[in-house]
Design a protein around this ligand. Structure first.
Ligand code: MG
Length: 324
């Protein structure tokens, strides 16, 4: 049997780690911040700005992905993307990630190798590396991947928080909305072939790294990434800032038009679809960074409205929604 075939239980930890490290290395990512990477008791990272951004996010088999819907490379890429997008959402740049895999020993080693390749590929896209991690076994059918991302800001900068939006600011978004949610609907309905691009975005979002830093440099007053749906995430800015946010649907017409595969549910995907990982920010000036577009305004008051009408918000809520 080749070294990378069969389930994890047929291999020593050293063999598994070797396969993972090889998978990670295939992407060829590099980072000037990483002084010592995997293989020692800890990684050793350079910190230039005197302060560090830290975030963590876990993915659970059956909750956050399904093996019949997503390849292990896509799962790895998504795991890194959603963490790196949170660093972006503060205006930062990822400087390293650590990843823990807790898996049923029946998991094929080849699946883990492909996962590692995906992790390495997306880390390289984000301009950084997987610098370490941990491996542990779990009960039948269990697979959990947890990543922690570290990041930094430009010298002297402070992060863009959710609490800085002020009445008169413009609300802007860095990319299209609704794709990941529409892709999930197509998967659920066994219609993936109807729009593979949308499905691909659900399987593995592709944040435009650098958007967050451009927003910070353009003076964004508040920012986050759209992880749980435009309305719910806008409400988070509104609540943190003590303001009201009005979303204008006329500015979202192109987003809706791109989701013809899901018919009359397109608007709901755009307003409430999660896992998008584009950035949502407010800007005091009229100008927004290139690639961003204005989709609403900040006013006095509280909550979120759509075309001036009150809304309850609503998006992907972890404890009320099932993927399956
Ligand atoms: Mg976030």
């Amino acid at each position: 049997m080749a070294e990378d075939e069969g389930p994890l239980r047929g291999h020593t930890e050293a063999q598994i780690l070797s396969v993972i490290e090889h998978g990670l290395s295939l992407a060829g990512g590099s980072s000037s911040e990483v002084l010592t990477g995997p293989g020692d008791d800890t990684a050793w990272l350079r910190v230039r700005s005197g302060a560090v951004l830290v975030t963590t996010d876990a993915m659970v088999l059956g909750r956050d992905w399904r093996d019949d819907w997503s390849s292990p490379r896509q799962v790895g890429r998504k795991c890194v993307a959603q963490n790196a997008a949170d660093i972006e959402a503060m205006g930062g740049t990822a400087t390293g990630l650590v990843v823990t895999l807790v898996a049923d020993p029946a998991t094929p080693l080849a699946w883990v190798r492909e996962l590692a390749i995906g992790l390495g590929q997306e880390a390289a896209r984000a301009g950084t590396l997987i610098v370490g991690g941990d491996l542990s076994s779990a009960g039948p059918g269990v697979c959990v991947i947890s990543a922690t991302a570290l990041g930094e800001l430009p010298d002297g900068a402070v992060p863009v928080l959710r609490s800085g939006a002020r009445p008169g600011d413009a609300l802007a978004v860095s990319g299209p909305l609704g794709r990941a949610a529409a892709g999930l609907l197509l998967l659920q309905e066994n219609r993936a072939a109807d729009d593979p691009d949308l499905v691909g975005y659900q399987q593995s979002p592709r944040p435009a790294y650098g958007d967050g830093r451009r927003a910070l440099e353009a003076g964004a007053s508040a920012m986050l990434d759209v992880s749980d749906g435009l309305l719910l995430d806008a409400e988070r800015i509104a609540n943190a800032s003590g303001v009201r946010i009005d979303v204008r649907t006329a500015a979202l017409a192109a987003d809706v038009a791109a989701l013809t595969a899901v018919g009359d549910r397109a608007t709901d995907c755009v307003l409430r679809g999660g896992e998008e990982h584009v950035l949502l920010a407010t800007f005091a000036g009229k100008d927004v960074p290139s690639g961003w577009r204005v989709i609403g305004a900040v006013t006095p008051g509280a909550g979120v409205s759509v075309d001036g009408l009150d809304t309850q918000g609503g998006g992907w809520e972890h404890f009320t929604a099932q993927q399956e």
